[in-house]
Design a binder for this molecule. Structure first.
Ligand code: UDP
Length: 420
């Protein structure tokens, strides 16, 4: 196995995570592409051009390139991308024909890219390994009212059952893929994402606070995109009930300044009369985040659903306890009572109780922070990349053994039509 095509239609690794439609998936693609290339693969990440100024081909790291393809107007948004997939596939074919490149396997991210992956699996005759990142069916059950492209659940079922392999992050996600979408359990591998424990590491808290202009108050931190599913309103309500003798501050990192969701959350903070205690900082470059995690006392992730929760893992790697909802993949990141607390209810009361305990008990906070760091060291991007490489190699070996390798099963045109 030498060449890998990664399809990440709306998740360009260069786009700032924490903004609308850019988050854990962009970080995942960035970190794994670099590390797979460092293990000797030639990696090309195909993504939609998000900015008219993007070069078509850029070198992400030695052995890893990002190829920006024109399909619709340049934008990082995922809205409307479903209808642009046939054009994306045509541009991708044109690029690979022009360069005369053949890939040994395809890796796709999110159902939209999964459909492109299915198309390439057919027309290139190579194995396709997909990851969902989130699934319509899980989101619908986690928070009724979540809106999606109407075709999404059916098309996800197709991706889950036709791809050669699905990579899930956790047992919980694997069970969902098998039970809701009918994927064969043998075709679903569990490979958790990771964290760069060299960059995300414990640092001097006082020094980090000085850099950020933070005083002696206790600091709670939320890091993530701003959308309803993240449950930030629960955290704001908890904040209203919390107090500390040295003062208390909540930093909210992520979200586009002035976006409807940020405006809505600021309105809630105003109504709760906690405006002065809450700071919305918008999205912050991933490379700057270690200072914020280290300046904080406790991190909070009050999500209705979280397929994994990279932000919780990054906080843990910086030696901070995390209080998070007991949903999705978070129980594999936060060990309840050891590295933080898991909250089973989507209401502020239980968050208040656990946060109060941690904010007032320095020894407990430090002890849980140290345990969190230790746990995070078992979940690194290097381990993820090693296991992904094994998964791709075994998918290729299986395809070769079955005689299906490089035997396209359909001409290009019908596949493109079936995407649209
Ligand atoms: N993030 C960031 N800057 C921000 C907010 C978030 O770089 O201002 C990153 C964060 O560090 C994490 C990712 O975005 O790596 C969010 O991933 P997570 O799994 O927590 O949530 P998702 O976006 O997948 O729902």
């Amino acid at each position: 196995m030498q060449r890998l095509a990664i399809i990440s239609v709306h998740g360009c690794p260069y786009v700032q995570a924490g903004e609308k439609d850019a988050g854990g998936m962009n970080i995942y693609v960035l970190e794994t592409a670099k590390r797979l290339a460092a293990r000797g693969l030639q990696v090309d990440v195909f993504t939609r051009r998000h900015d008219p100024k993007d070069e078509q081909v850029t070198q992400l790291a030695p052995g890893a390139r990002v190829v920006h393809l024109d399909a619709g107007p340049a934008s990082p948004a995922k809205e409307g991308v479903y209808d642009l997939l046939p054009e994306f596939c045509q541009r991708l074919s044109a690029f690979t024909s022009e360069e005369g490149i053949r890939y040994d396997a395809v890796s796709s991210h999110y159902w939209l890219s999964g459909l492109v992956g299915l198309h390439l699996q057919r027309v290139w005759g190579v194995p396709h390994v997909t990851s969902f990142h989130t699934m319509a069916e899980i989101k619908r059950r986690a928070r009724p009212g979540e809106k999606d492209v109407p075709q999404r659940a059916d098309r996800e079922r197709e991706v889950a059952t036709v791809s050669d392999m699905v990579v899930a992050w956790t047992t919980h996600e694997k069970e969902a893929i098998v039970n809701y979408y009918g994927a064969a359990a043998d075709n679903v591998a569990i490979i958790p994402p990771g964290v760069d424990t060299n960059r995300f590491r414990p640092m001097d808290q006082a020094e980090c606070r000085r850099k950020l202009g933070i005083g002696d108050e206790r600091v709670l931190l939320y890091v993530g995109r701003l959308e309803r599913l993240k449950g930030v309103d629960i955290l704001l309500k908890a904040m209203q009930q919390l107090e500390h003798p040295s003062g208390l501050k909540l930093l909210i990192l992520g979200g586009n300044m002035g976006s409807p969701e940020m405006t809505r959350l600021k309105g809630i903070a105003r109504d709760l009369d906690i405006e002065k205690k809450v700071q919305f900082l918008g999205s912050v470059p991933h490379t700057d985040l270690p200072v914020y995690y280290n300046a904080a006392d406790v991190c909070v992730l009050p999500s209705y659903y979280e397929s994994f929760g990279l932000a919780a893992l990054e906080a843990a790697a910086c030696g901070k306890p995390v209080v998070a909802s007991r949903v999705g993949g978070l129980p594999s990141v936060v060990l309840d009572g050891r590295t933080g607390y898991l909250i089973a209810w989507r209401c502020p009361g239980p968050f208040v109780e656990r946060l109060d305990l941690l904010l007032t008990n320095d020894r407990m906070r430090r002890g849980m922070g140290a345990a969190a760091r230790e746990h995070a060291q078992t979940l690194t991007w290097d381990a993820t990349a090693d296991r992904l490489l094994d998964a791709f190699n075994s998918a290729v070996a299986r395809a070769v053994a079955s005689g299906m390798y490089r035997h396209p099963v359909a001409p290009e045109e019908p596949c493109l039509t079936s995407i649209g």
